[in-house]
Design a protein around this ligand. Structure first.
Ligand code: SF4
Length: 692
């Protein structure tokens, strides 16, 4: 039996895994995040290990010249030779950037680091980005510019239980991170007041003291309205603003026009609820403002996160005990995955690729000349949108991502994937993306390799190897090292996770996300170590901002932000707003969880939630099949009628593929700062498509 962590979400719940006689079995541990709790996904995670759908050897197209020919099993040499031939041909014809990689927030820190290095050092290409651009980039951008650092929660999760007031915006932890609810529940049981902002009455919202239901895309106006009320009612912490921040006067002037009655008209949130929310937050001895994807996945997502940061700063929360602003990460290594260089503009340690000092430091660790490092490349959607074009990527390597389901506007993505010269996908199952690949590489999964993950608190934890992968399955570290060797750059790469982590520590040293003092042994002994941790005798940093902010002058910065309408507004043809999100039983694109019998039995299909009044207008009954259409595509769902959702809004989950792929509908318009697509708001029509 070994102690390790759940393979799914950003809580990284502790589990013990027993292997040996019979199928692998798991049970929760008392790890300080889940404290004995697990959700349905975690309880069934061992089902992945011996699943019948597992990829057990590389696959290649029977006829390499015909991308519609069937996939057939192949040896590793044949598969990797095909990849390397295509890389060489493409780079000779179209230049180094014509070969690229798309990574994932589920990769271990070691793999995320190795992938970023592989693209810059082995391919010498600028073309890399990852699916975290689709989930965390807006809050990350706002936190970096305002607080000088991007760590999802700047305090341990358990602090939530001590906060006297919590404003939770666009988050549904009861379904997305169920074991985390013990902290919210403990807080409420001790008298804390919680306010949830969500267009749906989710399980989380149902248990809150107050539920605000704004129209999707108006969260920024709501935040500015809350700050307006705080100023008008004299609830701003003027001492904190004076001593610890800069830029408030401009924000004060901006929010002056966000009168509560105007904000009520923009958002639909009653004026009295605005006032009550602000009073709860401002009069509590400790208070938190937490945002998640509901607020962030918009074409103004960075500014929306900033508006809530402005509110938290004006109330003097960041750095105060059991208080602050945080953002709730979703993917398993959503935090670590964005720190080690698989972003288009970034080097390990959360360093900027366009910073000469950062380039020099990382190049020295890698043993290359800084001038060999490429410049920043295109963001995820911008890369996908140009696949197969003369100035785009023509050979794409995809790790830990199912972009055929998880990217926005998937019809466009599928067209671009088909235009590639070669698509290579590394996965444990034949995902929807792998199914259209030219080469599929079977990779080891969570209990078959060592590695570290960084959870939503910035706590670096260890996943441990408990089983050997099947004989023809390799780790991604080995695959990248093998490819680099064939490209003549093998000496720069290692397939041993511990040695890769030690190199990552050196590369991150002195950066924002400093892992220099974190070792495998310390992680084990201390139940995880919080970054930044610059030396082995440093205790790690569970709580940030207690004395100063990591900005040039030590102050947090306000930024003035204004409401802008979503890029796509409802009209006569598409009269409703579609918003997307999670179900408890599924994870991300569903590539893993849709194969787990117990989970699909609990929730067999995709359900679109709509208000009974809206349903009546279109002759729709509960359980009917409905068709949603947007300007980009259509998708089918089973209707779930609920008076807990706004009358003008429809919700659909993003875990399903094929005819129920909601991202066939979603809007790829990008946030101008973070390059995050507007997943959470687009215009749709609805029609009944069939009975139960
Ligand atoms: Fe796994 Fe997340 Fe569920 Fe915990 S909450 S068991 S980490 S999926």
């Amino acid at each position: 039996m070994i102690d390790t962590h759940c393979p799914y979400c950003a809580l990284q719940c502790g589990i013990s895994l027993t292997t040996g006689d019979g199928p692998p079995r798991l049970a929760p541990t008392e790890f300080p995040v889940n404290r004995g709790g697990l959700c349905a996904k975690g309880w069934t995670a061992a089902d992945l290990l011996d699943h019948g759908d597992r990829l057990l050897s590389p696959l290649v197209r029977k006829d390499p010249a015909d991308r519609t020919s069937p996939l057939r099993p192949a040896g590793w040499d044949e598969a990797l030779d095909r990849v390397v031939d295509a890389i060489r041909t493409s780079q000779r014809r179209y230049g180094p950037d014509s070969v690229g990689a798309f990574g994932g927030g589920g990769l271990t820190n070691e793999k995320a680091y190795a992938l970023g290095k592989f693209v810059r050092v082995a391919l010498r290409s600028a073309s890399i980005d990852y699916n975290g651009r689709f989930c965390m980039s807006s809050a990350a951008t706002a936190s970096n510019r305002s607080l000088g650092i991007d760590r999802g929660l700047p305090f341990p999760l358990a602090d939530i239980a001590q906060a006297q007031a919590v404003l939770l915006v666009g988050a549904n932890p009861a379904d997305a991170l169920p074991p985390s609810m013990q902290y919210f529940d403990a807080g409420r049981a001790a008298g804390a007041r919680h306010v949830v902002v969500d267009p749906r009455r989710t399980t989380t919202a149902g248990g809150a003291h107050l539920h605000l239901q704004p129209l999707p895309g108006t969260d920024l106006a709501l935040a500015n309205g809350l700050l307006h009320v705080a100023i008008r009612e004299g609830l701003v912490d003027e001492t904190y603003v004076r001593d610890r921040t800069s830029g408030f006067d401009a924000v004060r002037a901006t929010v002056a026009s966000y009168w509560p009655d105007r904000v009520e008209r923009m958002t639909g949130v009653p004026e009295r609820d605005l006032r009550e929310t602000v009073r709860l937050l401002a009069t509590a001895t400790s208070a938190m403002v937490l945002t998640a994807r509901g607020a962030e996945q918009h074409s103004n997502g960075t500014d929306t996160a900033q508006a809530y940061l402005n509110l938290a700063l004006a109330l003097g929360l960041p750095g105060r005990p059991f208080s602050g602003y945080g953002t709730i990460t979703g993917q398993g290594n959503g935090q670590g995955g964005r720190e080690h260089g698989q972003k288009a503009d970034q080097l390990p340690g959360y360093r900027r690729l366009d910073d000469p000092a950062a380039r020099a430091h990382v190049a020295a660790v890698w043993g290359i000349d800084p001038d060999e490092l490429p410049r920043p490349g295109r963001s995820a959607w911008e890369m996908l949108d140009r696949l197969g074009t003369d100035d785009g990527v023509r050979v794409l390597l995809v790790l830990a991502s199912n972009i055929a389901v998880s990217a926005p506007h998937t019809n466009r993505v599928m067209d671009r994937l088909r235009a590639l010269d070669l698509l290579v996908v590394s996965d444990i199952f034949l995902s929807e993306t792998a199914a259209v690949a030219d080469v599929v590489l079977p990779t080891a999964q969570w209990a078959e390799e060592d590695g570290t993950m960084t959870n939503l608190e910035g706590r670096v934890i260890r996943r441990k190897r408990a089983l050997s992968p099947p004989p023809q399955v390799r780790t991604d570290l080995r695959m990248l090292a093998d490819l680099a060797g064939r490209l003549g750059r093998g000496r720069y790469f290692d397939d041993d996770p511990r040695r890769v982590f030690d190199e990552l520590r050196r590369a991150s040293a002195g950066g924002t996300a400093d892992y220099a003092g974190i070792t495998y042994e310390r992680i084990e002994a201390e139940q995880g170590v919080f970054w930044p941790c610059p030396s082995e005798d440093h205790p790690g940093t569970p709580r940030l901002f207690t004395d100063r902010f990591p900005t040039a002058d030590g102050r947090a910065r306000f930024f003035r932000v204004e409401h802008r309408d979503p890029a796509e507004m409802p009209d006569a043809d598409y009269p409703y707003v579609l918003t997307t999100g999670r179900n408890m039983q599924q994870y991300q694109s569903g590539n893993q969880t849709r194969r787990v019998g117990a989970l699909t039995m609990a929730l067999p299909d995709a359900r679109a939630e709509l208000h009974p009044d809206l349903a009546r207008r279109h002759g729709i009954a509960d359980n009917d099949v409905v068709e949603l259409r947007s300007r980009r595509g259509r998708a089918l769902f089973r209707a779930r009628l609920t008076d807990g959702i706004r009358r003008d809004t429809i919700f659909a989950p993003f875990h399903w593929a094929g005819s129920s792929a909601v991202n066939a509908l979603t809007d790829p318009t990008l946030d101008r700062h973070s390059r995050m697509p507007a997943f959470k708001s687009c215009a749709v029509s609805i029609a009944r498509a069939g009975g139960p």
